[in-house]
Design a protein around this ligand. Structure first.
Ligand code: ATP
Ligand code: MG
Length: 402
């Protein structure tokens, strides 16, 4: 129905001298989403700090939903375009309101005027249009505090835009502007949510899953691919490395004290993820740890794991409760995939009493006696690599990072 979309950016105005770099990154991302989802020709320009996409064909709900997942987009306004003339505004408002139905409801008019040459200021336009709407539509009543309907008017130098359907996006920063992470994704609830939080902060991500073959079946791989299809909607292109890790876990559990098993599995995963980071030129690792959630996430264990690599390890869920994490998983659409049960080698090998305060000299001795580096490299070389496009198409096995 709407052939114009006004796309408002989030924190980009904060960025001072670097602003062009942020605009360039988000522009490229938006452009790719529009190319992937919108079947018609479109134009796409920056108009006074906001992007405006125009097309001869209406933008579909699917296209708009995809745009709302572009980090850095604050909000989207499917809009009507009006010439820059006060008297032209109300007739278009009337047309728009006829589409919203006749149920009684409350409204307010919200105007922003960046074109200072316009004869009325924002407040005056809101009052003027508000009074006309109030007169013309008896089922609509003004409520400036909690309106059901907001009539948005944007007055720019060359166009006025009107929208009653503003939608909030994920906000934050454009992907890639805060660097590149290797995200450790398991089949649980936490790590996909951690990934989402760091997309919002502008981090591009390469995904890695440590696959305990032959101790677990291969259904878990499909589960992971489904999770990555959801997360892949937040960046332009994704890669998932599925690293065979069963032998490694078997080896570790045979060599170490039983209570250190889980900790040493995590340690080996982080070491391997750090090797991958070097390969793909990522600058930090990302996990779904939450302080105290399980025994491997005590301060003692976290601080030991922090020493595995000089790379920073981001743990955006460190202060989250499980219920909060599950709420977010529902919101982003990974919950229903994560909830599907899968075999988990870590629980198969799980010690009765996992270590909570690890002994540094034991860990050091173990590392000296059983250096794992070569073995970890081999695991990584044997990884299956999947490419996932913005729209969720999966292709197997292209190794070049884009
Ligand atoms: P999640 O934390 O994703 O819900 P989980 O609770 O099974 O899954 P934990 O035991 O809490 O996982 O592990 C902590 C973190 O270590 C995970 O959030 C994830 O980042 C990483 N991790 C654990 N297992 C794997 C794995 N098999 N592959 C990749 N990363 C993993
Ligand atoms: Mg967890």
């Amino acid at each position: 129905m709407y052939k114009t979309l006004v796309i408002n950016v989030d924190e980009l105005w904060l960025k001072g001298k670097n602003r062009p770099m942020y605009f360039k990154a988000i522009r490229r991302h938006i452009q790719e989403v529009l190319q992937a989802y919108h079947p018609g020709e479109f134009s796409f320009d920056l108009e006074e700090q906001r992007f405006v996409a125009k097309s001869g064909l209406p933008f579909s709900q699917e296209t708009m939903q995809a745009l709302l997942k572009v980090p850095g987009i604050h909000s989207l306004m499917p809009a009507r375009r009006i010439p820059v003339n006060l008297d032209d505004i109300f007739p278009v408002v009337k047309e728009e309101l006829k589409l919203t139905g006749t149920q009684p409801c409350t409204f307010k008019v919200e105007t922003r005027r960046s074109y200072k040459g316009f004869p009325m200021n924002s407040m005056e336009v809101s009052q003027h249009i508000g009074a006309l709407v109030d007169n013309e539509f008896p089922h609509l009543a003004v409520d400036v505090k909690k309106p059901d309907l907001v009539i948005e008017i944007r007055i720019l130098e060359n166009n006025i835009y009107l929208s009653t359907r503003k939608m909030l996006g994920v906000g934050g920063l454009p992907v890639g502007t805060s660097g590149h992470l290797v995200a450790l994704i398991s089949g649980g609830f936490d790590s996909p949510v951690a990934s989402y939080l760091m997309f919002k902060r502008g981090c591009r991500q390469t995904f890695v899953f440590f696959y305990a073959y032959p101790f677990v079946g291969d259904e878990v791989k499909d589960k992971l691919l489904e999770i990555i299809r959801v997360l892949g909607q937040y960046q332009r292109h994704s890669k998932l490395y599925i690293v065979p890790f069963g032998e490694m876990q078997d080896l570790i559990s045979k060599k170490c004290k039983e209570d250190y098993r889980t900790l040493f599995f995590r340690k080996a995963m982080l070491q391997c993820a750090a090797l991958l980071a070097r390969q793909v030129k990522a600058e930090a690792l990302l996990t779904g740890d939450a302080l105290g959630q399980v025994s491997s996430q005590t301060i003692g264990n976290i601080s030991l794991l922090d020493n595995v690599t000089p790379l920073p390890i981001f743990r955006p869920l460190v202060g989250y409760n499980k219920i909060e994490i599950i709420e977010l998983a529902k919101k982003i659409g990974t919950h229903d995939i994560s909830v599907i049960p899968h075999d988990d080698a870590c629980s198969m090998f799980a010690p009765k009493h996992p270590v909570i305060r690890p002994n540094a000299s034991y860990v050091e001795r173990f590392d000296k006696e059983f250096p794992l580096e070569e073995h970890l490299k081999k695991c990584l070389d044997e990884a299956e690599v999947f490419d996932i496009s913005l729209t969720g198409e999966i292709t197997f096995g292209q190794c070049n990072e884009k």
